[in-house]
Design a protein around this ligand. Structure first.
Ligand code: CA
Length: 220
């Protein structure tokens, strides 16, 4: 059984699913530029940094528009505008099953809670999802030099909640994130059956149920 004092969450794919909103925003951007995106782009751009996703999207541009780097920056910003407009209507309904229950259980047991997401919109999204107040710390991704699988963002999260990495679990749905947690010296919890991770669950609800059972036995 796992013992821990702090929990560091990834956001997308763990707490909520934004991949569709990202995809729809890219599609709208493409339409504004006069081309369309096939549905399978969704899988190619899932969890990819904005500028890299833009390159993938632009590879479908059959209009022959030539773009330099400053245009690309504007396009990425325009896409983010469309995306923010989509997620500002998110609410607790858009949380993955079991998230609120898990957050309440962690609070009840005095566990520290932090967020380690590379998304610049993470704080905005936590507020839209109405769970911002559960978090003791949210890592500012602009303060992090190296992205996952580098451990930097998870180490920073542990520092912010003033715990040693080996006192914390990290919850991730991507292999890069799991590697990041492992190299930080934390206990990785995988969400998704395809992950290479010792402790993993199909979804957050299952992890919540596992912890709940563990806690019940501890109380005995
Ligand atoms: Ca993720």
């Amino acid at each position: 059984m796992i013992k821990f004092s702090g929990t560091v969450f990834d956001l997308d794919g763990v707490i909520t699913e934004t991949s569709n909103a990202h995809y729809e925003a890219w599609k709208e951007l493409a339409n504004e530029l006069g081309f369309d995106l096939p549905n399978d782009v969704l899988d190619k751009i899932r969890g990819i940094p904005r500028m890299e996703a833009l390159e993938i999207v632009l590879s479908y541009n059959d209009n022959g528009i030539l773009l330099d780097e400053s245009n690309k920056k504007n396009l990425a910003e325009r896409k983010n505008e469309i995306y923010l407009d989509k997620i500002k209507n998110y609410s607790r309904r858009d949380l993955n099953d079991g998230v609120i229950e898990l957050l309440n259980l962690l609070k009840k047991n005095n566990k520290k809670i932090a967020l380690a997401s590379s998304s610049k919109n993470a704080e905005f999204l936590l507020k839209a999802l109405e769970i911002y107040e559960y978090f003791d710390a949210v890592v500012d991704p602009t303060s992090v030099k190296k992205g996952k699988p580098d451990p930097e963002i998870f180490i920073r999260a542990c520092e912010l909640i003033e715990l040693e990495p080996n006192e914390c679990i990290g919850i991730e749905d991507s292999q890069a994130g799991i590697e990041s947690i492992k190299s930080a010296g934390m206990i990785p919890i995988g969400i998704g059956k395809h992950l290479k991770c010792e402790i993993k669950f199909d979804n957050i609800l299952e992890f919540y149920q596992y912890l709940l059972e563990f806690q019940t036995h501890e109380d005995d």
